[in-house]
Write a new protein. Sequence first.
Length: 664
Amino acid sequence: MKLYDFHGGIHPPEYKHLSNQTAIRQLPLPPTLVVPLSQHIGNPAKPIVNVGERVLAGQTLAKADGHVSAAIHAPTSGTVVDIAMRPFAHPSGLPDVAIVITPDGQHQWIEKQPLDWQHADTAQFKQHLQMMGVVGLGGAVFPTHLKVGDKLQHLVINGAECEPFITCDDLLMRERAADIVAGVDILRQRLQAENTLIGVEDNKPEAIRALQQACAGLPIEVVVVPTKYPSGGAKQLIRLLTGKEVPHGMRSTDLGVQCFNVATVYTMWRAVVLGEPVVSRIVTLTGAVKQAGNVEALIGTPLAWLLQQAEPTYSGQQAVVMGGPMMGFELPDLQAGLTKASNCLIVKDPALFPPRPAALPCIRCGACAEACPAQLQPMDLYWFAKAKNLGAAQENALFDCIECGACSYVCPSQIPLVDYYRFAKSEIWAAEREKKAADLARTRHEFRQFRLERDKAEKAARLAAKTATPPPTAAPQALDDSKRAAIEAAMKRAAEKKAQNADAPAAEAKPKKDDEAKKAAIQAAMERAAARKAAKESGEAAPAVETPAAKPAMDDAKKAAIQAAMERAAARKAAKESGEAAPAVETPAAKPAMDDAKKAAIQAAMERAAARKAAKENGEAAPAVETPAAKPAMDEEKKAAIQAAMARAAARKAQQAAEKGDPT
Ligand code: SF4
Ligand code: SF4
């Protein structure tokens, strides 16, 4: 098969022999596990367990938070003893949230859930990978479910493992080639790849043989590539195997190519076929240790405990590198837990890693540009980063730099160029984060101002509506026609009822002890209640209740009606006492016709009643009862007789009192 070379590259000492001589070792359970929630590109996973909870191996500890995220699982059975900030394996040295588990020693698994991948649709396949926490184990830890959607022309499997010292992929390919190839075959079918290639550097003959045997009969080709650093870079391997260059600003999928690391494919196969989430990985322990080799370690294993398994022979300050010597970083704290990205731990000693000489000025020799596999101008990026001219650094494709370190390796001035690029990238990311935070804060402030103004305006409107004295007809005018009609109808019914009530005493002709004023008040209350009910049924605000101030608005007719009712009651009482027929009750319609003659008749009836009472007390015959019809005939003589009788009665009463010794 034709191979294509890529620009630049270097050939550093490999040191792979230190750790590739023995088989992968299984380790005992560590005393504790510190499982970080940020083990992938994107949002950290969200914890779904609590402190004190017992968990089983493979149980989800934290679920994916959003599309660019992946789940985190319990590596073994045990008890969650803490969820807190813990040391984290990162160059920044900053801690991060981790779930701490004390293993119970039983390593009891949850029920495993394989996927029927041949019948699952793309969404189900993606969801399964995300739920199983499958991410890129080659170092990038990019969630794998984000890479399995598009149909491909070339499926490239990365078994190059070009970084010195690291041999975990080599041992994995040697020992588990069949499982890897089974995973590759699943991907090949799912992504309908026309061409499937596994690229392996020629310094791994045993792995190549194992893979070739496993691929027998399958449309999968194992391609042996020359050993050159960094042939394991995704873009470099794609170039090597397919001849395609991924241009600046584009992704390989835009060219119909996708690249997966062999360890990623292996964990994907376990997740799909065995139903096991990612709870462990193969790690190379090498450098200044007695037991160099590869171990299968649980995620979360404390790095200090892990290194003890290899028996370090040196323990200087910041003596452990995670990753390789080219792209790795010195671990700030060995209490951090192993992550999915941790492929290698190297214990440094002065023999293997002599101190780097002091950096000298750049002599513009151009060696760095010749070595750069991304075809950048490293010396220019160095100047821009040093001068904090971050805009210029970005314009010169700073983010195309894969931090391979080839430029630093060849620099005769010993300038730690990659450190400058990392610094510039972190500054740009920090500035972008600050800009996003500022934009968010400004948006929030503007919305708060808008909300305050809106609340203020609404409050003022409510206050104005409350304090305004509406004209008597204001409320009805504010109502729509249908509502107003409902209220008017209710008031009309109330008025009719009132008229009927006014007629009722005449019809029933029965005396009542309640005075008419009380009735009128009750009637008014009923009218108001009827109006309110009508308003409520029509969905309107209830009409204003008549306050004392509103009472003057009560019309004169109502007052006159009450007055008339009181007069009629007095007349009926007087007529009853005098034994006369009760005067006819006046209806409201007849009321205006009530004249002075009627009033005089009432007065006369009262006088006659008094005369009869006086005559009775005197033992005299009661004066003849005058009928209303006879009243006009009552003359002055009769009046005089009554008054005389009254005078006599008074005299007798005074005499009787004197005879009894009454002081009065
Ligand atoms: S290799 Fe070093 S000295 Fe030479 S141009 Fe690059 S940065 Fe400058
Ligand atoms: S570290 Fe960046 S600039 Fe230097 S050689 Fe690698 S890709 Fe090029």
